[in-house]
Design a binder for this molecule. Structure first.
Ligand code: IPE
Ligand code: IPE
Ligand code: MG
Length: 241
């Protein structure tokens, strides 16, 4: 049941810990990434069941290119396979897919695949699944600033038109509500260049479990933690107003 006070409208997840999950089992890191796909499927189903409107997942960062080539290739192939295998089912269950991140310099076939998934699912309304792929928040903000600077330089807009709202509208996430809840699995307590602008007032929940061990129950616990927080947005407690 959807209740606006307890269920985040937008949850974002840093799916971290695949490599450590695998290492703990004496398996190659790739096995952890593969197991992470099953956790992702479960998280998407759970998000839809909870009545979350937007689920954003960090699948590959701009900094992840610095990993060994074999791991990068494996991750790209895994994304391809996920889209190929899951898009029909996601579509059937009413999931709308969005992709954020830099598409410049990516293999054309991946970009086409992602764009086709966005097009196919564009009228779905059950859940918005936002896939952050080749995503880096500082780069996204820089792209937005550059677009606005170009508009000022060409006279399309005035300097005074450069506002937080206008910049927000130039981000890859334009038109989406900001995350209410940010979950990071794997125990690290950092943001790793994810949604820096958008998370200005998000509630952060860090969970120790590695991403392949993430379940609907862990998700529900993170939401309960979120629901227990008092969000003030710089103001005062409701009762002291
Ligand atoms: C998250 O797991 C997946 C990606 C970054 C693509 P990691 O691969 O970062 O796993 P750990 O953090 O090394 O355990
Ligand atoms: C963040 O995890 C990126 C993704 C989950 C896709 P990383 O494993 O890349 O982050 P760091 O290196 O621990 O900060
Ligand atoms: Mg990691």
């Amino acid at each position: 049941m959807r209740s606006t006070s307890t269920i985040p409208r937008h949850a974002a997840i840093i799916m971290d810990g695949n490599g450590r999950w695998a290492a703990a089992r004496g398996l190659p890191r790739s096995a952890g990434h593969k197991a992470g796909i099953d956790a992702l499927r479960a998280a998407v189903r759970a998000a839809a069941d909870f009545g979350i409107e937007y689920l954003t997942i960090y699948s590959f960062s701009t900094e992840n290119w610095s990993r060994p080539k074999t791991e990068v290739m494996f991750l790209l192939e895994l994304l391809r396979r996920f889209i190929r295998q899951d898009v029909a089912e996601l579509h059937a269950s009413g999931v709308r897919i969005h992709v954020i991140g830099d598409r410049e310099g990516l293999d054309r076939s991946i970009v086409t695949m992602l764009e086709d998934a966005e097009k196919l699912t564009r009228d779905n309304t059950k859940l918005n699944l936002v896939v952050a792929f080749n995503y880096g928040s500082r780069q996204e903000i820089t792209r937005a600033a550059r677009a606005m600077a170009a508009d000022v330089a060409s006279g399309k807009i005035a300097l005074a038109d450069v506002t937080p709202e206008a910049l927000d509208g130039q981000l890859d996430t334009a038109g989406m509500p900001p995350p209410d809840l940010l979950i990071r699995t794997g125990g690290e307590q950092r943001i790793s260049n994810f949604l820096l602008w958008q998370c200005a007032y998000a509630e952060f929940v860090f969970v120790p479990e590695f991403w392949p061990d993430f379940t609907a129950d862990i998700f529900a616990r993170a939401i309960a933690e979120y629901a227990s927080r008092e969000r003030r947005f710089g103001g005062l407690k409701a009762q002291s107003a």
